[in-house]
Design a protein around this ligand. Structure first.
Ligand code: FO1
Length: 316
């Protein structure tokens, strides 16, 4: 393994965490930094919830719920069930083990710790070695604009309304005044490769890129993205539905169009191999197909090795 190869991953959500885990399995931990979306963060029942950070840390720690991808494996729901019995608001489900961590993060937040410091503590507490960095320390909230011009908080759209409303746009509230994490900018500057994981381009990667400073730091870097859309569909989550509702046919090509000003390399699934040449000739993006569906830890590793060797021309 190339000793000083430095890689930075941009990720959010379950799919992104899986490829980040693959990268963490093939790289020494000091050679990988992961910048995570925090636009999904919200306050719920007085607790400070950071879903994509927790999904990332739990996945890297090997303790994520294997069915949902979010929350903990081997979870119990005593508090959740009692809250329902009490008639409390319970549309966002917090398991007992998950709750322990939300209580601790909220305590630290109230004591004045930054999200970066809290996340560093969280990675150590869960034995996670690679650097997991929130995209910023300030609260940036992703909001969904519906076709009826209603503005929904992200979790209200994603969980309470089960992604049912038709979207017409997104707002990343406070992104314009948020500051990129210095550690994240330094990691990008030092990186040999940036990997945009197969996360939702709109609401997982979009918020990160909306923070002034990241796009500038990424300019000129070797950046490889893995398409989150295979045969016009997402494995999980509303990315394809969002493209459709925004009047764009969901496809790997649509994702290439979203990222074309940024990326130099694009990895699509074998199901979409036919569009590789079109993407290459239309935007000059080096495009290759492989299996991008990660069903196992070895799939995650295989894809991670493939992305690194394709983008850097190195045999791992
Ligand atoms: N998603 C759901 O669809 N239903 C839930 O009840 C739910 C609870 C939850 C608790 C903690 C957590 O970290 C994530 C949770 N998620 C839930 C997923 C979460 O809404 C999404 O992971 C992200 O916001 C989008 O990737």
């Amino acid at each position: 393994m190339d000793q000083n190869l430095q890689i930075v991953a941009l990720a959010g959500g379950v799919g992104g965490a899986k490829l980040a885990d693959g990268l963490a399995r093939v790289l020494p931990s000091e050679q990988l930094k992961i910048i995570v979306n925090t636009g999904d963060d919200f306050e719920y029942c007085g607790l400070y919830i950071c879903p994509d950070i927790d999904t990332m840390v739990y996945t890297l720690a090997g303790i994520a719920n294997p069915t949902t991808g979010w929350g903990r494996a081997d979870e119990s729901w005593r508090v959740h069930e009692e809250r329902i019995r009490l008639g409390s608001e319970a549309w966002f489900r917090l398991g007992d083990l998950d709750l322990a961590w939300h209580l601790e993060r909220t305590r630290r937040k109230h004591s004045g710790e930054s999200l970066e410091a809290i996340t560093t503590w969280q990675t150590r507490a869960f034995g996670v070695k690679p650097g997991v960095l929130p995209m910023c320390n300030e609260p940036v909230q992703t909001k969904v604009i519906t076709r009826g011009q209603k503005i929904l908080d992200f979790q209200e759209y994603f969980v309470r309304l089960q992604c049912e409303p038709e979207v017409s746009g997104f707002v990343f509230h406070n992104a314009e005044t948020a500051k990129p994490l210095l550690a994240a900018i330094e990691a990008i500057r030092a990186a040999d490769l940036i990997v945009i994981c197969p996360s939702n381009p709109w609401v997982s990667i979009g918020p990160i890129l909306a923070i002034p400073g990241y796009k500038e730091a990424l300019t000129g870097k070797t950046i490889a993205a893995v398409s989150p859309i295979v045969s016009g569909k997402t494995i999980k989550g509303p990315a394809a539905k969002m493209y459709q509702e925004m009047g764009i046919t969901p496809s790997a090509e649509a994702v290439a169009n979203t990222y074309h000003e940024l990326i130099s390399h694009f990895i699509i699934d074998t199901e979409d191999a036919a569009c590789a040449n079109r993407i290459k000739s239309r935007w000059g993006i080096m495009t290759v197909d492989t299996n991008t569906i990660m069903r196992s830890a070895s799939d995650r590793e295989t894809l991670a090795r493939f992305v690194i060797s394709f983008a850097l021309g190195i045999n791992r």
